[in-house]
Every structure is written in C-alpha cells, then in structure tokens.
Design a protein around this ligand. Sequence first.
Ligand code: HEC
Length: 134
Amino acid sequence: MRAITKAVIALALLAGPADAQARPDPMRDASLQAGTISQTDPMVALRAPTEAAPDGPAANAELGGLPDAPGAEETYYQCVACHSTDIIKQQRITDARWDELWQWMVEEQGMFEPDPETRDVILAYLKTQFSSER
Ligand code: HEC
C-alpha cells in the first residue's frame, strides 16, 4: 500500500513538469519571451531612446541615442553637460547654423571650448548626422 502511494506521487511529479513544458502557457506575458524587451522591466526607463534615421548609423544607447559614427562620443561628453541629446537629435539644420549654434553655446551659454581638434570632430559629426543639406 505504501509502495503504491509512493509510486503514484513519483508519477505525478514526473508527469507534472513534463506536461507544463509541452504546452506553452497562453497567459504568459509575451514580452518576457526571448528576444523581446519587457515593458515592465525597470531598467527600460534608464535606456535612452534609440530612434535613428532609418538609413543612418544605428543609435548608440550608451551615448544618449546619438548615431554611432566617428565623433559621437566627443559630442556626447561635450553637450550633455547642459542638456539631453534629444535637443540635438531633433535638429536638421545647415552647416552655417551649426557654426552659429556652437558660437552661441560658447558665448551665451558658457560652454567649455575644447581644443580645436575636438571641436572640428564634433562639428563635422553634427554637420553630417543632423543636417538639412545632406
Ligand atoms: C554650457 C551649457 C551648454 C552646453 C555645454 C551645450 N549647450 Fe546646447 N544649449 C544650452 C542652453 C542653455 C540651450 C537653450 C535651451 C532651451 O532653450 O531650453 C541650448 C540649446 C541648444 C540647442 C537648441 C537651439 C535652438 O535653436 O533652440 C541645440 C541644437 C544645442 N543646444 C546643441 C548643443 C550641442 C550640439 C552641444 C555640444 C556641442 C551643446 N548644445 C552644448 C546650453 C548648453
């Protein structure tokens, strides 16, 4: 009698998990399945928005979603001291306007002026990625 009870329990234990694996639970949150990002993941809010021009370089989440191209890192560290990258990413302006904005940021906003080489790298990046001319 005891042996039979044990055998029944053992069978139930064996059958249970195997059965659960065979049939996917329709109530399981689809976002928790492999390959997708959960909307309820608390770390999602800390990730920068990653929208980028469809034909441009991919957005780099670690650099505020700036397109990943030479100069992105320099631009990020120069500019996020005062505001987010969103204000940059929404621009589509001329080269001349970028030069003006740089001057304005330095003269009126007190932006730290880096060495000329770094300035050229950043301005070239801005004029390439956020341009109304190309
Ligand atoms: C010392 C602070 C400071 C730094 C550093 C700085 N900015 Fe700004 N920036 C400002 C302020 C202040 C504004 C005005 C914000 C507002 O209007 O709400 C502004 C506005 C802007 C605007 C919007 C201009 C417009 O027409 O409305 C752009 C674009 C911009 N910044 C780009 C940059 C870029 C690119 C860098 C890095 C090269 C940078 N900023 C670095 C202070 C700064």
